[in-house]
Structure formats: C-alpha cells, structure tokens
Design a protein around this ligand. Sequence first.
Ligand SMILES: *[C@@H]1O[C@H](CO)[C@@H](O)[C@H](O)[C@H]1NC(C)=O
Ligand SMILES: *[C@@H]1O[C@H](CO)[C@@H](O)[C@H](O)[C@H]1NC(C)=O
Ligand SMILES: *[C@@H]1O[C@H](CO)[C@@H](O)[C@H](O)[C@H]1NC(C)=O
Length: 505
Amino acid sequence: MALYRTNGELLIERRSIIDEVFNSFGKSDHGSRVLRRGRRFGRITKHKLARWIFFLTALISILLTVYGLKMFLQAKMESKFSIIPLNLQEERNPLDKIVLSDDGKTSKENIVASAVVNMPKPKRQKHFPCEVGFLESVEGLVEPKSYMNSTWFSLEYVDHEERTSKNDLSEPRFGGHQTLEERENSFYAKNQTLRCGFVKGPPGHPSTGFDINVKDKAYMYKCKVAVSSCIFGSSDFLRRPTSRLISQYSKDNVCFVMFLDDQTLSKLSSEGNSPDERGYIGLWKIVVVKNLPYEDMRRTGKVPKFLSHRLFPNSRYSIWLDSKTRLNSDPMLIIEYFLWRRKAEYAISNHYDRHNVWEEVLQNKRLNKYNHTAIDEQFNFYLSDGLPKDDPSKSNDPLPSYVPEGSFIIRAHTPMSNLFSCLWFNEVDRFTSRDQLSFAYTYLKLRRMNPERPFQLYMFKDCERRALVKLFRHRDAHYTKGTATAKESLLVHFVAKDFTPLWGS
Ligand SMILES: *[C@@H]1O[C@H](CO)[C@@H](O)[C@H](O)[C@H]1NC(C)=O
Ligand SMILES: *[C@@H]1O[C@H](CO)[C@@H](O)[C@H](O)[C@H]1NC(C)=O
Ligand SMILES: *[C@@H]1O[C@H](CO)[C@@H](O)[C@H](O)[C@H]1NC(C)=O
C-alpha cells in the first residue's frame, strides 16, 4: 500500500519533468534533426532492416555470453554503493535532476545506470552523506532524566498589540511592532513576555494571518513530538517520509504535519495527490493555512520553520524539514542521536560551503537572492552590534560555522531553545528573510547576554544531514532564484508532558 502510494507520487513528479524535457526538445533544433534522420531511415527497405536486426541480435547474444556474468557481478557491487548518488542532487544542473528524479526513488540499478550514461558531469564539488550512528531501533528508548532544565525561566508571548500614543499601529502585523529597545531586552534569558509571531491587532481588526481551523489546531495541540514541513505558493512537490524507514512507534507517537496554502493544495490535488478522508497524504497530516501573513512566500515559510513551539504548544520536541527533502530516518532515532546523546537542545547543520556571514552576504548578492540594500543594512547593523567579520574556525568559537544549512532542524522545546527560535524569527521578520544571515548573530548575542545560562546548540556536519534525508531541487525554479513567491520548510516535533512513560517500554 505504502509502496503503491510512493509510486503514484513518483509518477507525478516524473510526468511533469518529462513534459519539461519534451517542451525544451520541441524548441531546440535537436528535434528537427531527429525528424530528418527519421525520414532517411524511411527509405531503407524492410529487407535490409531485417538483416540488420538479425545481425545485431547475433552480435548482442555473443557479447552477452562473453561478458554477461562479469557485468552482472559488477552491477551488484555498484548497487551497494548507490546510496551515494542518491544524495547528491542539491547543487547539480537540471539534467541531473531529471535523471535522479526519474530513477532515484525505486530502483538502485537505475541510479547506477543513469550515473554511467550521464558521463559528462559539470565539475562541481560533490557532497556525500556520512555515517550517522543511530541506535539499532527505537525499542527501549527512554528520554534522559533531567535532560531538559525547564525551570530556569518561562516565556510568555505577546498575544495582541493595543494602539497607544507612542506607537502607530496603523497596520497590525503578524510579527508585531517591536521597538529596538524591546528587541534588545528580549535577548535576556529570564521570565518575559515577548513577540514571537501570531501577534493580533486591537480587537475588531482583521486577522494578521496564518489562520488554521479549529480541528487542526486541536490536533496540533495534542502532539508530543512533531515533524513538520510546509509548501506555500506551489513551490514544491510533496515528498512523503519514507514509510518503511520509520518505526511503528514513531508512526503512532509522532505528528507529521505538512502546512500548505490553498493554492498548493489545489495544485497537488490536480496532480492526483489529494488528502484522504482523514486529511492525510501518506504519513503527512495536511494542515491548510489561510491568510498567509507575508507576501513573500519564503518569509511565510519561516513561521512553521521557526515557530514550532507555538504551533505545537505541548510538544516537547520538533523536527523541521524543508520541502526539498524527503525524510529517510526515524524521528525518534534522530532526536536520540542529535539531542539526547549530546545533551543538546537545538541541532542544526553547518553549511556545506560557506562558513562566515560575509561570504554569505556576497553569495546572496551574487545570486540576487534579495534586495542588496536591505542585505547591506542588515549586515552593517550586525557588524555594529558585535558580529565578528572574520572566519570563526580560527578562534575557539562555539560555532563551527557561522552559516547554517537550515533545511533540517531538531529541537527540544526548552525555554532557551524556544527563546532562540523567537529571536531568530524576529530577525527574519525585521530584516531580510534570508535566515542564514541572522543565525550566527542571534546565537552569539544570546550567549553574550546570558553568560551564566548556556544555550546547548549542536551544530552537526552537513554530510550527516545528507544521511537523514534525500535532497531534491525545489519544484519552482522561481523560488530558488528567490524572486518573490515560494515556500519552504518542514518541521518535526516531539512532545510529551511526562517524559518517561511516553517512550518507556
Ligand atoms: C539547571 O539550571 C540550574 C540553574 O541555572 C543549574 O544550576 C543546574 O545545573 C541545571 N541543571 C542541569 C541538569 O543542567
Ligand atoms: C518565573 O516564572 C516561573 C513560572 O511562571 C516562576 O515559578 C518563577 O518564580 C519566575 N521567576 C522569577 C525570577 O520571577
Ligand atoms: C530595497 O531595500 C531598501 C532598504 O530597505 C528599500 O528602501 C528599497 O525600496 C528596496 N528596493 C526594492 C526594489 O524593493
């Protein structure tokens, strides 16, 4: 059943990709050359053709007899290593996307074959997955006692803003109107009430957005652990977690929530990917978001990406996945490996290439990811507030890299972790939506302002991230260019009010 569904999804992706290929062929003069050659063959007589076919068949039989056994053995060996090409898609050219999306999901042999056929590769740096030492199974997994020290302080969130003489709330905003002074104070790890999205206007004003219906809210309220992702603006395909790699325990105890807008839902439905009567597509529980808070779909994607503790208020853990990735690992094993084993409350991978924010700024401009003036304003603000411009790897820095690859985030919903999530979201709300620009600044400032309250962040290797998920390109090339519309992210949550019983035996 699960297999069948996966194939259905595969076909849809494949179909539209094939359409793309045909369209582009139709326009090139390749196409007409093929046609001309076809006419020439038309003149060859049937008799000649039969002789040719006979000759070729004989030749192939001989070759197969001689080399068949050898080839067979070789193919078997190659398929053992095919996990590697599976995970390489991220920064390849579109041709690779065709090959890998076409074959990648079901047949290892096909991957090997296409890798061979597709010999001339652009000289790009390759990024491989590396070993992640997961436990063998979720059996007997027990959350470490006193793992989360949640008695430090408590956070409350601004629910709505009133109009006062000091502010001008002409337009209520989802992120609220935070003064610079309030922003500064919000970095202290202490009991406080801060803005963290979902800020409503004064009574009588229309919603500021990210509306979710009551039933879905009730569902999310009960989640103890959540895995989530989103697609807004039809920017991506729906990629279902690989069911056979996820334990029954996780299927029973973890919420897998995919946030979609109406546009994406109807696009997916028109491709035959509709939610069932319970609202699921595969493992994903589909939650439709109405009234998106930002015009920029990428910024809207940051809401589920960063604010999982608000969307799943009773969850203890969450995992976020970008929609360009397919979850290929068990969420509970991920939480054990990245959080529990390291006593970390927040885990994110470093970037595969860039390690300082200045490089990231240059790259964002080079690829025209965002308004250059706005990028400069943000970066200069950070420099003036203590962000070092130099490469962190030379110093004794807690962060191995100043640039994260945020497509996969694992977090415990501790006060410190939640505070960091709110602060990072507020930067994305105030400045550009390029969250890689604000990550290091937010982290370093939080640490600097709370020397006696360490934030246990674990920055893992990009190659480990590649082992957890399968990477794809975004459906919407427009999105990756970062022009206007887009989607983003995915999130996993794990939560429990009582620690032990939930995953005790
Ligand atoms: C919990 O927080 C308190 C107060 O900051 C600290 O003294 C204690 O060591 C922490 N416990 C753990 C297990 O981190
Ligand atoms: C912070 O809030 C918690 C829970 O609301 C409370 O128990 C604690 O006393 C407060 N701490 C301070 C310093 O006010
Ligand atoms: C770019 O950002 C600057 C500063 O935020 C703003 O004044 C300007 O209008 C923006 N330009 C465009 C084209 O959006």
